[in-house]
Design a protein around this ligand. Structure first.
Ligand SMILES: Nc1ccn([C@@H]2O[C@H](COP(=O)(O)OP(=O)(O)OP(=O)(O)O)[C@@H](O)[C@H]2O)c(=O)n1
Length: 407
């Protein structure tokens, strides 16, 4: 196969490959960028593979960065873009590829391609547009099939994360997993527990936000791989529920986690936080999912949020909650929810027209816990529309609260 038109990202990288080939080495686009080009999908990065050894690559370019020199990767900087360029290599264990002793540099493209995970990821392309397809990856791309390169068991033993990747690609690309490859996942599923949680999480998030998540989930169930994911061993029923819902898609990781928290019965803050901590997500995401889960419960129970709930949850988490509620069959009109949110008198506690200093100057309170309580009462009164967010009115209100406290 020869592609007559290369994507602009490849055109931009052409001088880099030309420099390497002019020096007598081989250079190719490889991996995901070739797969996505042939599928006509947008590219996130351009990876280059070469027969030149790292020192040889560095000698050819003015500006390079040793981003992963011990496993053969040098970043070539060209007109403000960085190109990860990796020497052809073989490795005894992909998982440990950061260990220099597991990597062997070679001059052969074939050896480099045969250590890759799936046939559709083992394609290389020259700047002429010619595709090097040593493992029938093109046929698999066309048929929509994920097939391990060579012996599937061996590929999964080199890196057990590849089992998650297979299932993630099934969802992202809407592909089938070929039966021998799927069987090998089933037989080796337990190896996943040895993989760093962060790596598994990335694949899980991509699976849930892919275009055909039900396909990925069905494979996860069929192979039992889910049993080796954090906190998922006894969640078969939750996954079956997801598979049985009418077609759905998730826009982002926040909605994916909110959905997972809901389906696995995590309603309390602590439960949600425990789930997400087991997956080592960021604290920011945990807070977002806690807020969205709170909103989701309100949408389920009442179809709406109180002003106070709207204020506490915030607009972003409210949107996440409604996306998940829609998927679960109890979504509300987003426009109406937006309107109710916009109608709040204030959207942030810093917008309150009085602060602690104002209360002190008005002689209403001395510094201490009472001040916090009075400010909280002011905030609640404004949010609930009982008092206008105006200084004079709020000071009157604060005085009333202070008096009632001293009674
Ligand atoms: N566990 C892995 C990870 C990656 N690869 C190889 O390295 C390439 C680049 O990997 P990566 O950038 O992680 O994934 P992509 O396939 O490019 O997919 P995406 O960018 O969508 O994650 C893959 O195509 C594949 O050839 C592999 O063999 N085994």
């Amino acid at each position: 196969m020869i592609l007559t038109q290369l994507p602009p990202e490849f055109e931009a990288a052409r001088p880099v490959l030309d420099t390497i080939t002019a020096a007598g080495y081989e250079a190719y686009f490889v991996g995901g960028c070739v797969r996505d080009t042939i599928l006509g999908k947008p590219l996130h990065d351009v990876d280059i593979a070469t027969s030149a050894f790292p020192a040889e690559v560095k000698a050819l370019f003015k500006r390079t960065v040793d981003t992963g020199i011990e496993h053969g990767t040098v970043m070539i900087l060209d007109h403000g873009t960085g190109y990860e360029t990796t020497t052809f290599r073989t490795e005894s264990s992909y998982q440990d590829y950061r260990r220099p002793d597991s990597v062997t540099f070679v001059r052969s493209l074939q050896q480099d391609l045969q250590r890759r995970d799936f046939t559709i990821n083992a394609l290389a392309m020259k700047t002429s547009g010619e595709v090097v397809d040593l493992f029938d990856g093109l046929a698999d791309l066309k048929a929509g099939v994920l097939r391990a390169v060579g012996v599937a068991e061996d590929r999964f033993h080199e890196d057990a994360l590849r089992m998650m990747r297979a299932i993630r690609f099934a969802s992202q690309l809407d592909f089938d997993i070929e039966s021998t490859t799927e069987r090998a996942i089933q037989d080796n599923a337990a190896l996943l527990s040895k993989i760093a949680v962060e790596r598994t999480r990335v694949e899980w998030e991509k699976l849930l936000t892919g275009q055909a998540p039900k396909r990925g989930l069905a494979a996860l169930l069929a192979t039992d791989l889910y049993r080796y994911m954090p906190k998922m061993a006894d969640q078969r029923a939750a996954l079956v529920t997801l598979c049985d819902l009418p077609d759905w898609q998730l826009p982002d990781t926040a909605s994916a986690w909110t959905l997972m928290a809901w389906l696995t019965g995590c309603r309390e803050r602590q439960q949600i936080s425990r789930l997400l901590k087991a997956w080592k997500t960021s604290n920011e995401l945990i807070m977002h999912v806690e807020a969205a889960s709170h909103a989701l419960a309100a949408l389920k129970a009442y179809g709406r949020l109180t002003a106070r709930e709207n204020f506490d949850v915030g607009h972003t988490a409210l949107k996440t909650a409604n996306q998940v509620a829609t998927l679960l069959g109890f979504g509300q009109s987003q426009a109406e929810l937006d309107q109710a949110y916009s109608a709040l008198p204030i959207h942030d506690k810093h917008e309150l027209a009085v602060n602690g200093g104002d209360l002190l100057r008005a002689g209403l309170v001395t510094p201490g816990p009472a001040m916090g309580q009075i400010l909280a009462a002011c905030l609640a009164a404004v949010i609930n529309g009982k008092v206008k967010n105006e200084r004079a009115e709020l000071l009157d209100f604060a005085r009333m609260v202070a008096d009632s406290k001293s009674d």
